[in-house]
Design a protein around this ligand. Structure first.
Ligand code: COA
Length: 267
């Protein structure tokens, strides 16, 4: 599929997605949202076929993503309440589709991830940021609020940081973003790709079905007590143990050899 504001590149089992609207710092309007939703559906299908094992999301130019396009949002004043709801629902579904991709999603953040850009970081499983990157749930500074992104952001940063950062709209450093769980590694800009490659190597050395099961398990088990979770966790590990992939991984370890899936392309 071809896109106007996205660039995609398939590098063996690695799907690289670049937001490509640098003149407005990769801000997203309804077209970018529709393209991201279409891309997420394609990526899910490719992952299900086993063609894609990991995704890297980046932004073209000096900024990862400046969030929702302010000019587009200003225009929505002429929309009906129903039209505004429809737009916001589309945005929510787009974030949810990326959040639920059955493969790991790595965010490569340079410059800034603000508003919906911070939301995009929140739906990544792993976020690598440059030391000087700025983050912020800046919506209240614009008289709006971080609504659509809130479930994803809250799941990452928790209520306490959300109460501070959603309410103030303050910008914060990559170091702070790491402290609150929005970011996992902070490195100088020149080392961003090396840090991403390190994560890619780890992911490609692990069983793809095992990774998909682990990713699906996290939201299933989150906020359940152990008693409620037991049936889910027992079923999950039982299914993996008897699977061909699980058997291969366990045997490979005992036989001191690399498992079959790790022979594929490495970065
Ligand atoms: N929506 C629409 N346009 C945006 C935008 C956004 N969210 N963020 C930046 N732009 C545009 C600017 O209006 C400017 O356009 P112009 O060249 O026509 O003047 C262009 O992108 C470059 O922005 P500029 O601020 O000069 O770039 P910068 O590199 O100095 O700073 C940011 C980058 C992201 C730090 C800064 O643009 C910013 O703070 N943007 C607002 C982010 C925000 O609050 N988003 C939340 C939306 S809910």
């Amino acid at each position: 599929m071809s896109y106007t504001f996205l660039r995609t590149e398939r590098d063996g089992p690695i799907e690289r997605l670049t937001l490509n609207r640098p003149e407005v710092r990769n801000a997203f309007d309804e077209q970018v949202i529709a393209e991201l939703a279409a891309w997420a559906a394609d990526a899910r299908a490719a992952a299900t076929r086993g063609e894609v094992r990991v995704v890297v999301i980046a932004g073209a130019g000096k900024t990862f993503c400046a969030g929702a396009d302010v000019a587009w949002m200003a225009k929505t004043v002429s929309y009906t309440v129903e039209e505004n709801r429809r737009d916001a629902t589309a945005m929510s579904r787009m974030f949810a589709a990326i959040d639920a991709l059955p493969v790991p999603v790595i965010g490569r953040v340079q410059g800034a991830a603000l508003g919906g850009g911070a939301g995009l970081a929140a739906v990544c499983d792993i976020v690598v940021a440059d030391t000087d990157a700025l983050f912020g749930f800046t919506e209240t500074k614009l008289g709006i609020l971080p609504a659509v992104i809130s479930p994803f952001a809250l799941a990452k940063i928790g209520r306490s940081a959300a109460r501070e950062l959603f309410l103030t709209g303050a910008r914060f450093s990559a170091a702070r973003a790491k402290e609150i769980g929005l970011v996992h590694a902070v490195v100088p800009a020149a080392e961003l790709d090396t840090a991403v490659d390190g994560y890619l190597r780890e992911i490609l050395a692990a069983g793809p079905e095992a990774i998909a099961s682990a990713k699906a398990l996290i939201p299933e088990v989150w906020r359940r007590n152990v008693d409620d979770a037991t049936a889910i966790t027992a079923a999950a590990i039982a299914a993996r143990r008897v699977s061909a992939e699980g058997q291969e991984g366990l045997r490979a370890f005992l036989e001191k050899r690399a498992p079959a899936w790790s022979g594929r392309k490495r970065p």
